[in-house]
Design a protein. Structure first.
Length: 342
């Protein structure tokens, strides 16, 4: 099967499907729903697509759907379309960051992750842009999710939410962002931001799991960006299920903040747009005794005559509004650098 030809046929037929490739994998996975029902996720085995806060938790179930796997044929990079950086949102976003810093200074928050979206008008090729994602970001979880009642989403996320095999789990604490180089110099702000994420995860699961272990922070590359990451592993118990762990982890401090409830309220009150599936999670739920989920970062939403890119950054007491805006511009390039006009 030539998977991109198959995807083009599925798009023309307005079928619900997801095509995805796991980090460092050259194999593709294609799951095709046999109807256009919008199936709400409630624990079914399948590919899940869950929003940040409010909205439909969607699943394309493995049972009753067609599932194919194969290796990508040689992919030649498609010529990308270049767009000037849009600074229209700069002032409003910097004001949002300043509000976050003020809330932290007042003791209401320890950290908050704020975001914005950026819409680029025009007609773009889904297939060509997806090819570029597959080719450009081999270490990311790359996906194309299409549902006639949800829309078209595409991305290349560097962040695992959790992987669970039988009762063994692994999750990550990912935070801090810089342009990648051979010698990334992390500031106290970024080190603190990453530690907050690690400490939150550990404090919320340590008494409920067994054999918990946490690695030292390491620098990882994600496209043209670098992040700090710690790996957290352990074993689930009979009193703490897969869904319990997922509910505890999502939304993580890396895409929400701390305390979770206060950070969520700040986001919903102040961002002034709906994140939808950005900063939600997606991936395989209970496929061959394994759950493999990723945070929906570095993503974009396809519309009739535009593409909307979603980006955010973590705010702590040491944040600088102008630098945080620049960080979102750098993050937006992950998706901007793959877009191909049709």
């Amino acid at each position: 099967m030539h998977v991109f030809t198959e995807i083009q046929d599925l798009l023309s037929q307005h079928q619900a499907f997801v095509c995805y490739a796991k980090p460092n994998a050259t194999a593709w996975n294609l799951l095709v729903q046999q109807n256009d029902n919008c199936i709400a996720f409630s624990g079914q085995n399948g590919f899940v697509f869950v929003p940040f806060h409010e909205g439909t938790k969607v699943v394309i179930p493995f049972e009753g759907s067609a599932f194919f796997q194969g290796d990508f044929e040689e992919i030649d990079p498609e010529t990308v379309s270049l767009f000037p950086t849009d600074h229209v949102q700069q002032s409003s976003f910097e004001n949002l960051v300043a509000k976050g810093i003020s809330a932290i200074a007042q003791g209401n928050l320890d950290k908050v992750v704020v975001s914005r979206n950026h819409t680029i008008p025009g007609h773009f090729s889904v297939i060509a842009s997806f090819k570029n994602i597959i080719k450009t970001y081999p270490t990311a979880f790359r996906y194309l999710f299409v549902h006639p009642k949800i829309g078209i989403w595409m991305g290349a996320t560097p962040e695992q939410l959790v992987q669970i095999h039988t009762n063994e789990f692994e999750t990550v604490a990912l935070a801090g962002t810089k342009l990648f180089s051979d010698a990334v110099d992390w500031t106290p702000k970024e080190i603190t931001e990453q530690k907050i994420v690690t400490d939150y995860i550990v404090s919320n699961i340590s008494s409920r799991v067994k054999n918990l272990a946490v690695s030292e922070p390491q620098t990882i590359q994600a496209g043209n960006l670098a992040h700090l990451k710690s790996v957290i592993t352990g074993q689930l118990t009979t009193d703490f299920s897969v869904l319990d762990l997922i509910t505890t982890l999502h939304p993580t401090p890396a895409i929400c903040g701390l305390p979770k409830a206060a950070a969520t309220e700040f986001i919903l009150t102040n961002e002034q747009y709906h994140r939808s599936y950005y900063a939600g999670f997606l991936g395989e739920y209970n496929f061959q005794d394994t759950t493999d989920l990723f945070v929906n970062l570095r993503c974009m939403q396809w519309e009739e005559q535009a593409v909307t890119i979603y980006v955010g950054c973590g705010i702590t007491a040491d944040s600088d509004p102008q630098l945080e805006y620049i960080e979102t511009v750098n993050k937006s390039m992950t998706m901007r650098n793959v877009l191909v006009k049709s």
